[in-house]
Design a binder for this molecule. Structure first.
Ligand code: PBG
Length: 329
């Protein structure tokens, strides 16, 4: 008789497939990135991110209520900083009345139970579009880490639950942890972007915040001196272990799809929750292909988030969060 084992028995119908399914997507898996800008009554579509928007504060309130009603309980905030407030050192980043600080308060005000995470990096505040302070064409590490600690304290003061350093400076998690503790914010957590690669998939995000590195002499054109080389794997374990040792509560791999081997490596090595950021370029790619009728949007979207979870993600930061939850319900 041939064959002895028939694996297709467990795939015969939806009932048995759902019985043996290993990875299940629920609204609890998602962290929703949100872009906030100055102004009133503004909900502005991002050109390279179809159906994704920047919100002014009043419409952020509406969006937050909607997310909560859908069962999406965690947000990751980003701000589009007006050009006149940008400098080299990110002074605006820890302005107690800055856009981010007001956004945190707004979210907590309309929805006190919504978990608020904040992006901590200088690029939206930098005249050069870099994640660190620049001197003689180089990104200063330790000086930048100090500013990130100030910035984190000011986010904690405004009410952030976790701060999320996305800059890849060395030692910044420790600087932030010490800064928060000294100010009494012992319960404010850190989700560090620990294995963040120098990826070309961040393009649409930089459009959203107008935060791309400037094309100027003596200013590095890319982020390769601080973000990781896509060719490296062992380094991701080293980076992530370091962040955990320095006090990270949650670690992250970014981007998602091209880096799921890294997610699995980390899952096997470490014992803190792992977030995966399915980034702007991944979102844009699928939206564009679906618009052309070349891919089935919903099917590919579900396949992608399921693959991220299967690889070992505990948390998925994704621009598809609302689309997924609508599809599930
Ligand atoms: C800022 C930051 C970036 C992203 C998240 N935080 C851009 C970058 O590092 O250039 C990218 C997110 C996305 O592409 O969706 N440090």
């Amino acid at each position: 008789m041939f064959p002895l084992r028939r694996n297709r028995r467990l795939r015969a119908n939806e009932a048995i497939r759902s019985l043996v399914r290993e990875s299940i997507i629920t609204p609890n898996d998602f962290l929703v990135p949100l872009f906030i800008m100055e102004g009133k009554g503004i909900k502005e579509e991002i050109a390279s991110m179809p159906n994704y928007f920047r919100y002014s504060m009043d419409l952020l309130e509406v969006e937050i209520k909607q997310l909560w009603a859908m069962g999406l309980k965690s947000v990751l905030l980003f701000v589009k900083v007006p050009d006149n407030l940008k400098d080299n050192k990110g002074a605006e980043a820890y302005n107690p009345d800055g856009l981010m600080q007001r956004a945190i308060k707004t979210v907590k005000n309309v929805c006190p139970d919504m978990l608020v995470m904040t992006d901590v990096a200088l690029d939206p505040y930098s005249i050069y579009g870099h994640d660190g302070i620049i001197e003689n064409g180089r990104i200063l590490n330790d000086e930048t880490a100090s500013v990130l600690a100030e910035m984190s304290i000011s986010h904690a003061q405004a009410g952030a639950d976790l701060v999320a350093p996305s800059d890849m400076m060395d030692g910044r998690v420790l600087a932030i942890r010490e800064g928060l503790d000294e100010e009494g914010f012992i319960n404010t957590g850190i989700m560090s972007y620990s294995a963040k690669y120098a990826s070309a998939f961040y393009g649409p995000f930089r459009d959203a915040l107008d935060s791309a590195p400037v094309d100027q002499q003596d200013i590095p054109k890319d982020k390769k001196t601080y973000q990781m080389d896509p060719a490296n794997r062992i380094e991701a374990i080293r980076e992530t272990q370091m962040d955990i040792d320095e006090g990270a509560d949650i670690v992250m791999v970014k981007p998602g799809l091209c880096y799921l081997d890294i997610v699995r490596d980390l899952k096997n090595e470490i014992a803190v929750p792992i977030a995966v950021y399915q980034v702007s370029g991944e979102y844009a790619m699928l939206k564009a292909a679906a618009e052309k009728g070349w891919l089935d949007h919903d099917a590919v979207m579900m396949e992608q988030v399921t693959a991220i979870k299967r690889a070992g993600a505990d948390i998925i930061a994704s621009y598809f969060a609302k689309d997924v939850v609508k599809l599930l319900s």
